[in-house]
Design a binder for this molecule. Sequence first.
Ligand code: ZN
Ligand code: ZN
Length: 260
Amino acid sequence: MTLTLTVLGGSAAWPNPGQGCSAYLVEDGTTKVLLDCGPNTLLELRKHVDYTKLDAIVISHCHSDHILDLVPYRYGLIYGPGNSSLRIPVWLPPGGRERMEMLGGAFAGQGEPHASFWEPAFEMEEYDPAAGLTIGRLRISFAATQHYVECFAMRVDGPENRTLFYSSDTGSVQPLIGLVQGAEVVIAEATLDQSDDKPEAERGHMTPEDAGRLADAAGAHTLIVTHLWSERPDNVVEKTVSEHFRGRILIAKPGLRVDA
Ligand SMILES: [Zn+2]
Ligand SMILES: [Zn+2]
């Protein structure tokens, strides 16, 4: 039994040409979970899976590049042909419900309570990062990252000890070292250039060097580098990462599939 990851986006804060932002589909043959739901990623999701059949969506943090496609997803679940009674569980970080109600309020009908925008499509709950989540046969554990808002990296443990790790957005490798160990596939962001001269303690994003160090600490066989600007050539990112990680290095692209 494999644990398969499908990249649905991979852009940084806004979509690159032909590429949406953060969203990663994880499947173990039975359970299907979406990690984040950034803008312009539903169009890729729908190529790979029946969008009505996800077991859950887990959100790392409430920045727009990680949540915005929940809006069209909501419309699809309610108004898509034959979908009237579907509700997909959406697990949010602590404080996420209030943020999502504010977002829903912008689209809710006149006089409608803000929370009611999401209710027909999603069961929104906040996870307890210390307790983690069990979704089908997948176990999801969290570690708080260093970011501009509260944000959580995720480790997904599947059947037969298959494990993958998603850094979400973080300015430092350090808070993730404990959780990443043993992950076979690491998805790590590398938004900043090497030339960024901010001290690590003040960053909200990592560099390619950091992504390589994180995958190396995990002992991973594969690193998927993500949350990238298209203006920076892939081979420049790959070269820097390869100085810090000796396993397989892939650049996140929509439709890229990797087994843990
Ligand atoms: Zn962010
Ligand atoms: Zn982001």
